[in-house]
Design a binder for this molecule. Structure first.
Ligand code: 6R9
Length: 645
């Protein structure tokens, strides 16, 4: 095998970085050999506690019991706001860049604190109490951050639903967590086009009488329908509310938020995170992985609707008193130079984005990048999916001018914080590898029988012990939590990802080993898309698989069997595409719909997805054994139909 390209840490980077390789090695060793001492020191350093914990850790993965810092009391909004006021009250907590260039706002820590207190009081006034769930369905505006922090201030549990999700998906999530309050905006804006958020909320809660309050931010100023018993305007109610609100004392293990994510089967799972462990690891990874130095401007391009937005737009940066840039728009509006323009305008030092964005901008050429200086940049991060070495090299060479360190950060909604990543001053880089585990993270590769594989090898990626920001359960379904993550390989957390470990102990994530797709960094269960397709009267059966897609990483390939007597046609194709958009949202829009008179099934009726993946990828020479199929001729039919598409 050709030697992989390596990018060692330059000595001057190591000199100015928070951690060197020696420090990483020492801390990593301590984090595994003496975890309670390690985590207790970190918890003292990163978090302000109202009361110290009685016990650092109390975990038993075989029972699904994960507890950190039991008896400790803290408040997340206090840690993200109040404690910075004396020293950094006038520092920008948020720089907001709207969809239209030039539309910006700056919000200091003092201003953010006041606004959070006001909204917290409004929520209390409407009867929201500690432990209640609040649904947030918002565009990328500062009020989304205010909404999150206001919930944490009073101990309410937020459940953010990505603004690109359909009313149907929103309703499911509101119902599943029994949210009785929804915070939204009149509309969002993306590349000049409005997103009808309030209207979607109306549709989502139609007939759901349990929802007693909808708080709406006036953002674009369009007309919205109004129910005076239920609806209140954000701006008006905040103006009347008191600007002081005592933070609720929360137990370290009190729930902090629920965030829905796709699994390989059934409906989305409400991943539950708790207060102390989550905040500690979000805070600590932010500081060390991005090598954050006091006063720097940091920009993560994710949406707060995803976990990356939770941990690395809000909780990680704000708990460190950083300035976090919140961006409403898209990378290609008004043109594909937008990212670099924003970086120059706001002197961004640390930039964190997704491989799919890098790949799409790479296709637009270097000119648009070179037009801007980008000289403020120091650290570049990626997250969400494996980054192909070509995109990595382009990011490094063109965007970073071969001067910026790249951190490829592997983690999941379930892990709460970054698990495997380089540290800028400590770890040599290899393009395409997430490199080495963060403190306290013990990765293990196992074969399908659960045997631990040593040395350089491929395997199923597990984590051998609990870590503070680990999810605690699936909201309302602990059994599903156990079955999805903890029983496949007893006593370990199973990530659902495959990985390779090389001779240097570096990890290379190879992608999902289950029926979860990763489309432009968004996770989607094939089962969810199939359920949407079969809602159509003309559809008898559907099977969805992923296939390699140049820009999106994976594309959505749907095989659809129509009911007897219905002939495929263009109109039907469009109806099915629209149906998936309506049921789940635009991110789940099928890339290919192939009509399939029959699907390859085993004699026991199980769809052989392996074969469908091969046909989708056009790897027809390696279909493998088809003799166990109930009807092997369906495969020939699929191949012919594919060619005629
Ligand atoms: C943070 C986030 C998690 C899944 C994960 C994996 C993929 C994320 C990655 C990566 C390779 C990286 N993934 N980061 N794969 N390299 N740096 O994305 O959370 O939306 O829950 O997705 O994304 O497959 O299992 P989430």
């Amino acid at each position: 095998m050709a030697a992989e390209k390596q990018y060692p840490v330059p000595p001057e980077t190591a000199e100015h970085a928070l951690l060197t390789r020696e420090e990483y090695d020492r801390m990593y060793r301590q984090s595994l050999d003496d975890p309670d001492t390690f985590w207790s020191e970190q918890a003292e350093q990163f978090i302000t506690w109202f009361r110290k914990w009685d016990r650092v850790s109390n975990n038993d993965l075989t029972k699904g019991q994960i507890r950190w810092f039991e008896g400790g009391k803290l408040n997340v909004s206090y840690n993200c706001l109040d404690r910075h006021l004396e020293t950094h009250g006038d520092r920008n907590a948020i720089i907001w860049e709207g969809d239209e260039p030039g539309n910006t706002r700056h919000i200091t820590y003092r201003e953010l604190h006041e606004e959070v207190c006001r909204l917290a009081n409004v929520l209390k006034d409407r009867g929201v109490a500690k432990g209640d769930r609040v649904s947030i369905y918002m565009p990328m505006i500062p009020e989304a951050v205010v909404a999150m922090l206001a919930c944490t201030r009073i101990g309410a549990v937020h459940s953010i639903v990505f603004g690109g999700f359909s009313p149907h998906a929103l309703r499911d999530r509101i119902e599943d967590a029994d949210c009785r309050t929804v915070i939204t905006a009149d509309q969002g804006l993306r590349s000049g086009k409005p997103v009808p958020l309030k209207e979607n909320v109306e549709k989502a809660i139609d007939g759901l009488d349990s929802v007693h309050t909808v708080v709406t931010v006036r953002h674009t100023g369009n007309e919205v329908t109004w129910n005076p018993d239920r609806d209140i305007w954000y701006q008006e109610s905040l103006a009347e509310a008191s600007p002081t609100c005592e933070p609720e004392e929360m137990d370290a293990e009190d729930p902090l938020f629920i965030l829905y994510t796709s699994g390989s089967t059934g409906k989305p799972k409400g991943v539950l995170h708790t207060t102390g462990g989550y905040l500690l690891q979000a805070s600590m990874t932010f500081k060390y992985v991005f090598d954050y130095h006091d006063g720097e401007v940091y920009w993560c391009t994710a949406d707060v609707g995803w976990v990356t937005g939770h941990s690395y737009i809000v909780y990680g940066p704000l708990s460190n008193a950083a300035t976090s840039l919140v961006f409403e728009g898209v990378p290609t509006y008004p043109d594909a130079g937008r990212f670099w323009q924003v970086i120059d305008d706001h002197k961004v030092n640390i930039f964190y984005t997704a491989p799919t964005a890098i790949r799409s901008l790479m296709g637009q050429g270097e000119e648009l990048v070179k037009k801007y200086s980008r000289k403020s940049l120091r650290i570049l991060g990626t997250v969400g999916e494996p980054i192909n070495p070509e995109a990595w090299e382009w990011y490094y060479r063109v965007v970073g001018d071969e001067r910026c360190r790249i951190v490829d950060t592997w983690w999941q909604t379930e892990t709460g914080a970054i698990m495997i990543s380089a540290l800028p001053g400590a770890i040599d880089l290899k393009p395409g590898s997430a490199t080495l585990p963060f403190f306290g993270v013990e990765p293990e590769l196992v074969d399908n029988e659960g045997n631990i594989l040593d040395g350089a090898t491929d395997g199923n990626l597990c984590i051998a012990r609990a870590w503070p920001s680990m999810m605690r359960t699936i909201y309302g379904d602990h059994e599903r939590f156990m079955n999805t993550y903890l029983t496949t390989y007893a006593g370990k957390y199973f990530t659902g990802d495959g990985a390779r470990r090389d001779e240097d102990g570096y990890y290379w994530i190879t992608g999902r080993v289950d029926d979860v797709l990763n489309v432009s960094g968004h996770r989607m269960g094939t089962a969810e898309i199939e359920s949407a397709l079969v809602l159509h009267d003309a559809v008898a059966e559907a099977a969805v698989v992923g296939y390699p897609h140049d820009l999106k990483g994976q594309g959505i390939y749907c095989y659809v069997t129509l009911v007897k007597g219905v002939e495929p046609n263009e109109g039907l194709h469009k109806e099915l595409t629209d149906l998936v958009r309506k049921e789940i949202g635009p991110i789940a829009k099928p890339d290919v719909i192939q009509w399939a008179p029959g699907l390859p099934k085993t004699r026991s009726g199980k769809i052989m997805r392996r074969i469908l993946r091969k046909v989708a990828t056009n790897e027809l020479d390696s279909l493998g054994d088809t003799s166990t199929l109930a009807d092997p001729t369906v495969v020939d039919e699929l191949i012919t139909n594919r060619a005629n598409q």
